[in-house]
Ligand binder design. Structure first.
Ligand code: ZN
Length: 325
């Protein structure tokens, strides 16, 4: 009971703090970001002119997020709302409706060439599906599900070339919301785009040193297809492109066989998902745990990946350390 009261006080504070830190804040453009990676990108482009509130914070899982009334209130007070799109935020419409937000929504992945995935019956609220899958109880090798469908892979930010498209959309969205700030947003974006290009070159240089045979890893959910495609790594995951549906026993068995057959050297846990499944897979195959990859969220300010660019530095460091030899 006490706990609940504290939570309510916490929520009330969140609402109060949402957009009203100081008198100065009143003049700023109020931007809401659906998740932490966008939050950082908007701060980089917006600089001092923009106040950013992030809905799904550090280490949070935006796939399964449930917006609260406080989130609706935050959005209601916003000038512009930045989202990923590509089906990442399944809760958007619910939130927009609850908030009555009629402002500008910027889909930051607009212009990205999406990758698609075959997903087994990607119904929202995937738990039912996972259970149904167990209940079927047969363990075929093949993906013989008749209910497979093609879905967009939302994790486009994991390729820095796409990150540049996001930054362009954020710059244009901020200019539309605050035309007076155009020069600032253009200068900040140009500077940031340069840093993204440098990081892209650094990622390529670091991963180029990896032996061909060791360019294959396991993560918990399919968050790194854009990364693998851009930087020459093959990434296999027991869960699909959303964390909504749990991996079935069949998926796990298949991965374990693949790790053994392909001699995949390392499995990586993710900052947003439970690591027990990966620990089990590592135990059963003898593959080592290569560390933690930041997939769908940044770390907190004191963690190893507090910004979008830090996320790449951390992930590439973990990959090269585990796969070098
Ligand atoms: Zn994800």
């Amino acid at each position: 009971m006490k706990h609940r009261v504290l939570m309510q006080i916490g929520l009330a504070l969140t609402v109060l703090l949402g957009f009203a830190d100081s008198a100065e804040a009143a003049d700023k453009v109020k931007a809401v970001a659906s998740f932490s990676i966008l939050g950082d990108m908007i701060s980089q482009v917006g600089g001092d002119r923009v106040e950013v509130v992030t809905l799904v914070g550090p280490d949070g899982d935006a796939h399964v997020f449930s917006p609260t009334p406080a989130d609706a209130k935050t959005l209601a007070g916003a000038d512009v709302f930045f989202v990923n799109g590509l089906g990442f935020e399944g809760w958007l419409q619910r939130l927009e409706k609850a908030s009555g937000f009629k402002g500008r929504v910027v889909v930051t992945s607009d212009g990205v060439k999406p990758l698609t995935m075959e997903e087994e019956g990607h119904h929202h609220g995937g738990e039912d599906h996972a259970h149904a899958d167990h209940a079927k109880g047969h363990d075929d090798d093949e993906d013989d599900e008749e209910d497979e469908e093609e879905v967009d892979d939302p994790h486009a930010w994991q390729d820095l070339a796409n990150g540049k498209i996001y930054v362009g959309n954020i710059r244009d969205g901020l200019i539309a919301a605050d035309p007076e700030g155009r020069a600032t947003y253009e200068a900040n974006a140009a500077n940031y785009l340069e840093r993204l290009a440098k990081e892209d070159a650094a990622v390529r240089a670091a991963l180029a040193t990896l032996p061909e045979a060791r360019r294959k890893i396991i993560t918990s959910h399919d968050a790194f297809n854009y990364f693998g495609m851009a930087y020459g790594l093959e990434i296999v995951a027991p869960e699909g492109v959303s964390t909504e549906s749990e991996a079935s026993a069949k998926d796990v068995a298949k991965i374990i066989r693949q790790i053994k057959a392909d001699k995949i050297p390392a499995v990586f846990v993710e900052n947003i998902t439970d690591r027990r499944l990966l620990d089990q897979i590592a135990r059963e195959t003898g593959a080592k745990i290569g560390g933690t990859l930041y997939s769908d969220a940044l770390s907190g300010p004191d963690g190893p990946a507090p910004t979008y660019l830090d996320m790449f530095r951390h992930n590439v460091g973990a990959l090269t350390a585990a796969l070098s030899s």
